[in-house]
Design a protein around this ligand. Structure first.
Ligand SMILES: Nc1ncnc2c1ncn2[C@@H]1O[C@H](COP(=O)(O)OP(=O)(O)O)[C@@H](O)[C@H]1O
Ligand SMILES: [Mg+2]
Length: 467
């Protein structure tokens, strides 16, 4: 038996068909697993909204501390486990999962949650009879998927699950079918004498793995979920005399063996992967930060810094050698004066300034030195967040504003020469990109996820600027 772990081995019970025995299988498998291995933590949760899990496992009077919706919302699964009947832990069901679906990010969200869940031992998930985003999450996170089939229709339906794995390039060896609700009284002539061998033959013919174990149809089992008390009784204690009892015991032994033979369940692999991604992300973040120019090009105050003005932009040269932050005010002044010809020092509430702000919101700006007959020019372009070029214009590159007699250094000149090199540009075809950032957290642009988006945009722009 594997040592006590803080990530679960996940068994998902799934089929697009209703009434094939999923919930009966999920709940009773949990009980048999626990009965076989008293030391093994066994937990269950349901993505369905019928509360069978709760009816079966809840211990009356126990206060509830959250449910499956909280788990999917990010609450640590281990803290949501409730002690249940028969020694099985459960996370209470939720009626709100339908509303929650839109907020589930992708099909690996559950894998991520389980990796950090601190749920030990084996976890069983019962799913709804469809392949919605929750079921897909439960399928992709699972170490074992058990798909009950009871007839040809449910067998045909398995195709969709297998196709889903194919489409994503995931290994299908976790998937296996189990014939359920098999009526052993039905006998056929010919090579397949009964329902079960017929289903199994069809399954194998289609390339699906099928368990040797199967579950018979039993009136006794059926009666356990329909009785005056409104409770759902377990096969382990209420159907000892049936064939189904032995079949569940056999299934539970098989799952236990697989569990013991899996030292690294997917939740652990995912956790290791997340940790390495995080370490890599942190390293790259630090490296990016260390490369930053410490002060604003224009006012030379440290950025970002609490006593300096608000940071509004991140700049980076095409070769990445020059990068840093610019104060919002400083860069706006340069654009207003040198590019938009609106003059310097417009009052903060001047409508022209507000219009300029409105018009350039979310834009990235690109500066490039180009030579023409009469001297060095600056090519200025504006791009939207998708990398669409909105504007392109040429400006002369002059050291001083207001011609030869001007005393004040041109902001455009400072911007271009300090980042791309002096007159004539010794950095060849390079360009400078100036990109807006969130003033409260300017450095967040250097975080892995955001920086990847920035780099993508820069790539799109590079293609257009070079062309
Ligand atoms: N082995 C069985 N023998 C007889 N009836 C069963 C058996 N397993 C499940 N059932 C009954 O079949 C119906 C559907 O089972 P359920 O587990 O709810 O399926 P699902 O979750 O796939 O919809 C229920 O009424 C249940 O009591
Ligand atoms: Mg069900």
């Amino acid at each position: 038996m594997a040592a006590m772990t803080t990530y679960p081995y996940l068994v998902t019970i799934s089929s697009e068909k209703g009434g094939v025995g999923k919930t009966t299988l999920a709940t009773n498998l949990a009980i048999f697993l626990k009965a076989l291995n008293e030391e093994l933590p066994v937990s269950i949760l349901s993505f369905d909204n019928h509360f069978t899990v709760d009816k079966m496992f809840e211990i009356k009077g126990q206060p509830l501390r959250g449910d499956v919706a909280d788990f999917l919302g990010g609450a640590p699964g281990g803290e949501l486990l409730h002690t249940g009947q028969y020694g099985v832990n459960y996370i209470p069901s939720s009626k709100l999962l339908g509303d929650l679906k839109q907020s589930i990010k992708g099909t690996l969200a559950l894998a991520r949650l389980l990796a950090n869940s601190r749920i030990p031992g084996i976890l069983i998930i019962d799913t709804r009879p469809d392949l919605d985003i929750l079921t897909q999450n439960a399928l992709f996170a699972a170490d074992r998927v058990i798909i009950p089939v009871k007839d040809m229709a449910s067998l045909e339906n398995c195709r969709n699950i297998f196709d889903l794995f194919d489409k994503r390039g995931f290994d299908k060896k976790s998937l296996s079918l189990i014939p359920c609700l098999i009526d052993s009284r039905i006998k056929f002539d010919g090579p397949f004498q009964d329902q079960r061998s017929l289903l199994k033959a069809y399954a194998i013919n289609r390339g699906y793995r099928c368990l040797d174990t199967y579950i018979s149809k039993s009136p006794k089992v059926e009666s356990l979920s329909t009785n005056p008390s409104g409770k759902v009784y377990p096969i382990l204690t209420y159907a000892r005399s049936t064939e189904v009892y032995g079949q569940f015991a056999q299934l539970a032994r098989g799952v236990t063996q697989d569990f013991s033979a899996t030292p690294s369940p997917r939740a652990l692999l995912f956790r290791e992967w997340l940790a390495s991604e995080e370490a890599r992300g942190n390293e790259q973040f630090s490296a990016r930060r260390e490369g930053l120019r410490p002060d604003c090009l224009f006012c030379n105050r440290p950025v970002p810094h609490p006593t300096s003005g608000a940071v509004g932009y991140y700049f980076e040269s095409s070769d990445g050698a020059s990068c840093g932050f610019l104060e919002e005010h400083c860069f706006s002044e340069v654009l207003l004066a040198s590019i938009f010809n609106l003059g310097k020092g417009l009052p903060a509430d001047d409508p022209k300034r507000l219009m300029f702000k409105e018009a350039t919101r979310g834009s990235s700006f690109v500066f490039r030195q180009v030579g023409n007959g009469s001297g060095t020019m600056v090519e200025f372009s504006r791009f939207d967040g998708e990398g669409m070029q909105l504007l392109k214009k040429l400006y002369p590159l002059r050291e001083h504003e207001g011609g030869i007699l001007g005393r004040e250094r041109s902001g455009l000149y400072t911007l271009v020469t300090e980042t791309l090199g002096g007159h004539g540009g010794n950095r060849g075809d390079g360009f400078l990109m100036v990109h807006p950032v969130t003033p409260d957290r300017p450095e967040s642009i250097l975080l892995e996820e955001n920086y990847r988006d920035f780099a993508k945009l820069k790539k799109r722009i590079t293609v257009q600027v070079a062309g």
